[in-house]
Design a protein. Structure first.
Ligand code: F6P
Length: 509
């Protein structure tokens, strides 16, 4: 891609823009703040504070065409095997169609029946056990939509194999009134299975081993393994190999969320996702929110060479959203070879990080304003709060607008270098009407397709994650070596071997 005319044109254009401050861009073109925006279904993207012009957008659109983005979207939407290294579709879009495939409809109906029963039954708590894509989506969305959730159900999420997490998540819960949902596409993830076994023993202690099974449901693409674990077929929900973990919120992986919101609330989330799916498929690039966000991602990463970007929701309810986007983007975009196996000749996925404003302002914004690295920011905010504390909300949003303004324009030079804020630091602002199941669905799909847009330009496969396998295999081997009776493994490197020796010699003293 880097040797195409479209890429070269963008490189030359970046050099020409390099000397220009965002202040100059706004001075020369005072209406850019009204023009460099895109909107769909109440969701606004203002990208006027990015380091670009109309010409940049046109050149990026040409790059998207060169990368055949439209054709790739059609392949994604129609369930073609876009996940080439695993030879299967990544068909999450089918999960949220108003007319989903029959097997999806059937599973949604089963989920609705199960969720309705769980909401009516006197469970004290529902605990989702899963990790990565089997945790972050429902955990993030359940926290985000707490104001729409069942008032008497305590929703909890257990992911880390650290026993402290099990203790913290089950603290205060009555095992006799707790429902566990074990979510694992493979049903072989060691953290999830360890937590599930501990949970089963915890419940069995209170209600007996026979009864304990009725406290468990599972979501998996390996139903046989869930049944072996002792979960009744009627409580095992399907995932398909064509749903990637980090793209799975709209599948049965969202069962805990459906229990919290009720089936209608979950349907709203799916409708929001579907709206963005259709928008991504049909809108011209210059009006297409996910495509714009993805192309700006490429612009920032490859042409300005900025290695990280921050996602900063000005919404406490979205506290887990940066972590969710971090997995979505970094597990998808952390690739060094193209889909055909040849090495990429340009940087791919940036490091994604963030936390909610205004807290971050009192932690890392100093570096954003005056550090030597430029960090592009996505600010996310809403016009209407989900509470009645209007004054708080005005102040929250005033801070969002102020931060974007300070980053872009800085402060006039007072002569004191320590107090100088240079500005010229880019951001995009995503402004929604209100945080609801529908708008959260929009946001999730917006970022999914942003990541897809970037991957398409880079020519990488965003749907596999081979890089995480080695660590899993090594951990399984090392876990065996930690057994009391195990012999030391002489083939380990000297660092790992001494660390294991020290650990084993010290742990139970
Ligand atoms: O971290 C690797 C990973 O495979 C993720 O992609 C996935 O979401 C997570 O582990 C959990 O996998 P599973 O749902 O199979 O337990």
């Amino acid at each position: 891609m880097h040797d195409t005319g479209e890429w070269q044109a963008l490189s030359a254009h970046q050099e020409a823009l390099d000397g220009q401050h965002l202040r100059d861009l706004f001075d020369q073109d005072p209406s850019r703040g009204e023009r460099l925006v895109a909107e769909t279904d109440g969701l606004l993207l203002d990208y006027s504070k990015s380091r670009l012009t109309d010409e940049t957008v046109a050149l990026l659109a040409a790059l998207a065409d060169r990368a055949h983005l439209r054709r790739r979207i059609e392949a994604l939407v129609s369930g073609k095997p876009v996940n080439a290294t695993e030879n299967r579709p990544a068909w999450h879009i089918a999960l949220r169609r108003p007319d989903p495939p029959p097997e999806v409809r059937e599973e949604l109906d089963r989920m609705a029946a199960f969720a309705t029963e769980a909401r009516n039954r006197r469970w004290q708590a529902v605990v989702n056990i899963g990790i990565g894509g089997s945790d972050l989506g429902p955990a993030m969305a359940t926290a985000a939509l707490e104001s729409f959730a069942h008032p008497d159900l305590d929703m909890r999420f257990l992911s880390n194999v650290d026993g402290a997490h099990f203790r913290a998540v089950t603290r205060g819960l009555d095992p006799a009134r707790t429902l566990f949902i074990v979510v694992s596409k493979t049903f072989s993830t060691i953290e999830t299975l360890t937590n599930a076994r501990t949970a089963r023993a915890w419940v069995a202690q209170a209600v007996g081993i026979q009864e304990a099974g009725t406290h468990f449901a599972a979501v998996t693409a390996s139903p046989g393994k869930a049944q072996e674990f002792g979960i009744d077929t009627g409580a095992v929900f399907a995932m398909w190999d064509w749903v990637g973990g980090r793209y799975s919120l709209g599948s049965a992986v969202g069962l805990s969320l459906m229990i919290a919101l009720g089936p209608d609330g979950f349907a709203e989330l799916l409708a929001g996702m579907h709206h963005i799916d259709e928008h991504f498929r049909t809108a011209p690039w210059a009006e297409n929110l996910p495509a714009l966000l993805g192309l700006i991602g490429v612009w920032n990463r490859n042409f300005w060479d900025w290695p990280t970007y921050a996602v900063l929701p000005y919404s406490q309810a979205l506290a887990l959203f940066p972590a969710y986007i971090q997995q979505l983007d970094m597990e998808s975009s952390g690739k060094s070879v193209r889909a055909d196996g040849t090495p990429v000749r340009y940087p791919t996925g940036p490091v994604v990080w963030g936390q909610p404003g205004t807290n971050g302002q009192h932690a890392f914004h100093q570096l954003l304003h005056q550090g030597t690295d430029i960090v592009p920011v996505d600010f996310i905010g809403f016009c209407r709060p989900n509470h009645e504390l209007a004054e708080h909300h005005d102040l929250l949003m005033a801070n969002l607008f102020a931060q974007a303004e300070a980053l872009a324009f800085g402060a006039p030079d007072s002569g004191d270098p320590h107090r100088h804020l240079p500005g010229n630091r880019p951001s995009s602002i995503i402004l929604g009407y209100q945080l609801t199941p529908r708008s959260l669905g929009q946001l999730v799909a917006l970022y999914e397709h942003k990541v897809f847009t970037q991957a398409t330009v880079w020519g990488i496969n965003p749907f596999d994650q081979w890089g995480v396998e080695l660590g899993k295999a090594l951990a399984t081997g090392i876990a065996g070596e930690l057994a009391d009776t195990a012999e030391p493994n002489p083939t380990r490197d000297s660092s790992t071997r001494s660390l294991i020796d020290r650990y084993v010699g010290t742990r139970r003293q």
